[in-house]
Design a protein around this ligand. Structure first.
Ligand code: GAL
Length: 842
């Protein structure tokens, strides 16, 4: 045997021996998940592998690790792995084994949420659409065909993971698995069959003998040994169904998803940190951020209807995989503080004492001598000064201070000491060239793939979701004596649709469009139509915008034009076309010819670009070429000059685009008080999504092919390629209260100077601080981007910052009078606010 195989044998044997000796299974008790005999407080983050590219995975996972995350959670997306029954795909961004191995390589654990129902704002909740057409099937209930299929896929995934030794019990990273997803309320609604199915699912999973625990989220009845867990914005009032199960939070929502036509939802990090600290102080031992990196719904993977292509989620890592500050940094500090408490947390039970009407202390005092305390102020308005262990502590509103030794505060959830980064989409040097168009031809679509039927058919039954598009075409004969042809009022066409979008063409001309919303999928098109004597063609293009992913028996929800469809205002009155002969065509001609891919584009004669700008035609394919821009910042296409459609680069789909304008209430928000998504909205009156992530790895140096299909009309020459760049960084940090006790409190065993507050500024990779846009040590006002000097301002503020920071990628400035010459206003509590400009290193 050569030395490499000796080595491999040695490693395998050591894992084996270790597993036999220390019972290398993951277990749990009432306090925590137990790994290799040790209770652990675990911080976890959701990163869904198909929402980024394999080239991004390592960086995302390493950034998560750097942010203090121990576990990466992902769902398993059945529909991408089994596109047709028995045909599996684990390639490219669906290479889940590679993803789990990347987690292992980083030294992190994995939580595999197999589902296989996942919800997740993912098309059809993760179920393959063919599943709906299995004879006799009924989803997520005590139904044999469904259970057989679910068991088949769950076994497939578990055996795949086992075959690669990926469970912790085999020396791999997977410490936890989930079966089903938030089934509790459904089970209740269904009664006995729901309960039978849930119990069956739990037993089926446990029977797969993975050597690691199974969880069911939002499932109060989860049978032993399955752990029931909590999902939500807060989970501090949750307890598992048995006293011997640990308290696990599988989805701590870090933000919220976006829907086309809606605003962006943000969750202030002070509130998220407060929620997590509340959970930990109550004895919670596992928290998973949903999402830690949200990413992108590439292709037609977005759920629906109307889930946007961006799944940014206001997560600590933004859609592009860049660090979002201050969210990332503040949570990192939180994780560090929680880890300092780990021993006390896993060894002791909390003693809770009142520190005031809305204030509490949770103290973990371990027999071994360790002690950790959490001081909470639930008051949404007022800061308070509390007395704890004979010391005074200041608690801002809606905040928790963490004291890993029951004396010194190392972290307060509401005091954000880390920097804020301003990200902008800057123009790139890439020009689009050789624009050409091809019009989707309406007239000749009655080819071999079309068929006719009397009456209106449900869309997904016809398309099986192979395309978003389904044509419904009919013709109407209008007599020459009709009054509207002789000066009377034009007839009105009314089309009732069950979802999701509709474009109405009369004799080849777009008459108008209508759209549903996520809350209200049903809608009506109503418009005057210009008919002529003789035969008229009515063509309805019904467009799906993501299949539903949530709701009781959502798989039975209808899509498409189910009618009635009627012409009103003819001499005969109303003419109901619902039962007329309709001709159906699945998908677009361009789709059938693969116009979106480099291999398919030569199938048609494209029209030169000069005519494009004047003619903003609906149903048009556009193509152009571009060279990869320099640099390594993440890229996006600015599609705000377009209407609605889909876009591809080099044959890869960036997803659906839609310049739908956001309605909502964007009147600002405070971190304090119970968070709900409507609370902190952004972007009202703006397009919900303007930028579409184009992964760098999809590009070649030159001649990249951009193709888009535009439904409504728009000016493609306005499409630009932009780079996501950090343009400035801000910090805003207060000096500590000049009270010697507070110095002791905050110093946490270090010298006073060591723990004086500091401003840390850090530009992106390849950048340095080129200038100081704002600096004031004193009483500055405003927030990042709008800082202003207050009544007190140290004149040396700028020079101090310039001296320490210009030309550097990162710098640190301690907040002390000596750094600014002298105290600019004695006896006033001061702060340092800075905005520094980041520029590429030249
Ligand atoms: C949860 C669900 C997740 C996701 C989330 C909202 O209820 O389990 O899959 O849909 O809501 O983003």
């Amino acid at each position: 045997m050569n030395s490499v195989s000796n080595w491999v044998l040695f490693i395998c044997l050591s894992v084996f021996v270790e597993c036999v000796l220390v019972q290398c299974r993951v277990t749990y008790d009432r306090k925590a998940i137990v790994i290799n005999g040790q209770r652990r407080i675990l911080i976890s983050g959701s990163i869904h592998y198909p929402r980024s590219t394999p080239e991004m995975w390592e960086d995302l996972i390493n950034k998560a690790k750097e942010g203090g995350v121990d576990v990466i959670e992902t769902y398993v997306f059945w529909n991408v792995h089994e596109p047709s029954p028995g045909n599996y795909n684990f390639e490219g961004k669906y290479d889940i084994v590679r993803f789990i191995k990347t987690i292992q390589k980083a030294g992190l654990y994995a939580h595999l949420r197999i589902g296989p129902y996942v919800c997740a704002e993912w098309n059809f909740g993760g179920f393959p659409v063919w599943l709906k057409y299995v004879p006799g099937i009924s989803f997520r209930t005590d139904n044999e065909p469904f259970k057989m299929a679910m068991k088949g896929f769950t076994e497939k995934i578990v055996s795949l993971m086992k075959s690669k030794n990926l469970f912790e019990s085999q020396g791999g990273p997977i410490i936890l698995s989930q079966i089903e997803n938030e089934y509790g309320s459904q089970a209740k609604a269904l009664g006995a069959p729901g309960h039978h199915y849930m119990t069956w699912a739990a037993n089926m999973a446990v029977g797969l003998d993975t050597g690691v625990p199974w969880v069911m989220c939002k499932e109060d009845d989860a049978p032993d040994p399955v752990i029931n867990t909590c999902n939500g914005f807060y989970c501090d009032s949750f307890s598992p169904n048995k006293p011997y199960k640990p308290i696990i939070w599988t989805e701590a929502w870090s933000g919220w998803f976006t829907e086309f036509g809606g605003p962006i939802h943000q969750r202030p990090v002070q509130d998220l940190a407060f929620a997590v600290a509340r959970f930990i102080q109550k004895g919670g031992s596992f928290v998973n951020y949903y999402m830690y990196h949200g990413g992108t719904n590439f292709g037609r993977s977005a759920g629906g209807p109307f889930i946007a292509t961006s799944y940014d989620y206001d997560a600590p890592l933004d859609e592009y995989g860049l660090i979002r500050q201050p969210k990332y940094g503040h949570l990192k500090e939180l994780h560090r503080s929680i880890k300092l408490c780990e021993q006390a947390l896993v060894s002791a039970d909390p003693t809770v004492t009142s520190l005031g009407s809305l204030q509490q202390a949770h103290v973990y005092s371990a027999e071994s001598g360790g002690c950790a305390a959490f001081l909470a102020n639930y008051d949404t308005k007022s800061a308070v000064r509390v007395l704890f262990n004979n010391m005074h502590y200041n608690l801002p509103p809606w905040s928790i201070s963490i004291l890993p030794d029951c004396r010194n505060v190392v972290f307060n959830t509401a005091k954000v000491g880390v920097q804020t980064s301003q990200m902008e989409m800057l123009p790139s040097n890439a020009e689009m060239f050789s624009w050409e168009t091809f019009n989707e031809d309406l007239s000749s679509s009655e080819d071999s793939s079309s068929f006719s039927a009397h009456g209106l058919l449900e869309q997904i039954n016809v398309t099986r979701d192979t395309s978003d598009y389904l044509w419904y075409k009919t013709s109407v004969d209008i007599g020459s004596s009709e009054s509207f042809l002789h000066g009377g009022e034009l007839p009105t066409l009314i089309v009732q649709s069950t979802g999701h979008a509709l474009h109405v063409f009369v004799n080849g001309q777009l008459s108008g469009s209508a759209f549903g919303t996520r809350q209200n999928r049903r809608f009506a098109f109503k418009g005057k139509v210009n008919l002529r004597a003789g035969s008229n063609k009515i063509a309805l293009l019904s467009v799906a915008v993501g299949l539903p992913n949530v709701g009781g028996h959502y798989e039975q929800w209808n899509t498409g034009v189910l009618g009635p469809v009627a012409l009103h205002g003819l001499d005969q009155g109303k003419w109901d076309l619902s039962w007329a002969k309709w001709t159906y065509q699945v998908g677009l001609k361009g789709e059938a010819m693969n116009l979106n891919s480099p291999n398919g584009i030569s199938a048609v004669d494209w029209m030169q670009g000069s005519l494009i700008a004047q003619k903003q035609q609906p149903l048009t394919w556009h193509k152009a070429y571009f060279n990869a821009p320099d640099g390594d910042e993440p890229l996006a296409l600015d599609m705000s000059g377009m209407g609605k459609g889909q876009v591809w680069v080099n044959g890869q789909s960036l997803g659906r685009y839609w310049t739908a304008y956001a309605t909502g209430n964007c009147n600002g928000c405070s971190y304090s008080g119970t968070f709900r998504p409507p609370k902190c909205q952004l972007g009202c009156g703006q397009p919900t999504q303007k930028w579409y992530h184009l992964p760098r790895s999809w590009l070649k140096p030159t001649q990249n092919l951009l193709v888009l299909f535009e439904e409504l009309g728009g000016d493609p020459t306005r499409i630009t390629l932009v780079k996501r760049s950090m343009t400035s960084v801000c910090a805003d940090v207060a000096e500590y209260h000049p009270n010697i006790k507070n110095w002791q409190i905050e110093s946490y065993g270090r010298t006073e100077e060591f723990h004086k507050p500091k401003v840390h500024l850090r530009c992106g990779p390849g950048q340095s601080i080129s200038s100081i846009k704002f600096a004031s040590f004193g009483t500055p006002l405003g927030t990042c981007g709008t800082f202003q000097q207050g009544t007190c301002h140290a004149p040396s503020s700028y020079t101090t910052l310039e001296r320490k920071c210009i030309g550097r990628q990162r710098c640190t400035v301690t907040i002390s009078n000596s750094n600014f010459g002298q105290d600019p206003c004695p006896n006033v509590l001061k702060r340092l606010s800075v905005e520094a400009i980041c520029a590429p290193l030249t």
